[in-house]
Design a protein around this ligand. Structure first.
Ligand SMILES: C[S@@+](CC[C@H](N)C(=O)[O-])C[C@H]1O[C@@H](n2cnc3c(N)ncnc32)[C@H](O)[C@@H]1O
Length: 215
């Protein structure tokens, strides 16, 4: 039986027809084909992943949340839905087609066309010195150790004392050399590293939720 949920897609708290979802997949997939190592995935992550990720988002005050690699925004709607008025939601995305897509479909997000490797400089340009949550779904396991370390250091540095850093990776990637290296780097960067698996995604997603930067 077809239900309302089958035919429509939640985005920005609204239900959009499947044509919007098709456009999102087309943009994502064509970027992934042209830049497989930048995107590191063939399709956007599922709503089940987004619902779990959004739980770290503060619902009070004037929080600042930064997404690294929002892609077509498959996590952004759930994040946005939890944010209170006067919050700031920044998306830092490397792919120019994806940036255009985000600016058109997620106008409430401050989308920056840039590289997560320049996180500190990009935030300074936006007059931001502290961040309540960094949520990253860039292809961590494909990055060199130096790049992993560089981005993690900057993310840890900008967090407020109660801030959280979230990284998503594909579950199978945790067994790759890059995935193991990333896990070690997280443990060396944060005092608390909690893991959670979302099985309702193909392939399943590993969440790392980290707090209290060390050093
Ligand atoms: C696996 S996709 C995740 C997209 C989306 N957040 C999702 O969950 O479906 C990775 C995204 O990170 C972006 N990306 C990769 N490296 C990046 C970097 N160094 N800085 C910013 N974005 C990056 C890619 O262009 C892509 O949109």
């Amino acid at each position: 039986m077809t239900t309302q949920q089958d035919r429509h897609t939640p985005l920005n708290g609204r239900w959009l027809p499947d044509t919007a979802k098709f456009g999102e997949y087309r943009t994502f997939f064509s970027t992934a084909v042209r830049n497989p190592s930048m995107v590191g995935a063939a399709t956007p992550t599922s709503g089940a992943v987004a619902a779990t990720v959004a739980q770290v988002v503060p619902t009070t005050g004037r929080p600042v949340v930064v997404e690294l690699g929002p892609g077509t925004g498959s996590l952004s709607g759930a994040i946005h839905d939890r944010l209170p008025a006067h919050a700031r939601h920044i998306g830092i995305e490397l792919g120019d087609d994806l940036v255009q897509h985000l600016r058109r479909h997620q106008p409430w997000m401050e989308t920056v066309h840039g590289n997560a490797e320049n996180l500190h400089t990009l935030l300074t340009g936006l007059d931001i010195d502290k961040v309540d949550a960094v949520i990253s779904s860039i292809p961590w396991s494909l990055l060199t150790e130096e790049v992993q370390q560089n981005i993690l250091r900057q993310a840890a540095h900008v967090l407020t004392p109660h801030g959280s850093f979230t990284a998503l990776t594909y579950l199978p990637a945790q067994h790759s050399a890059g995935g193991r290296r990333f896990h070690r780097r997280l443990k060396a960067t944060f005092d608390e590293v909690i893991t959670h698996t979302t099985w309702r995604n193909l392939p399943p997603i590993m969440h790392y939720i980290c707090r209290r930067p060390l050093g």
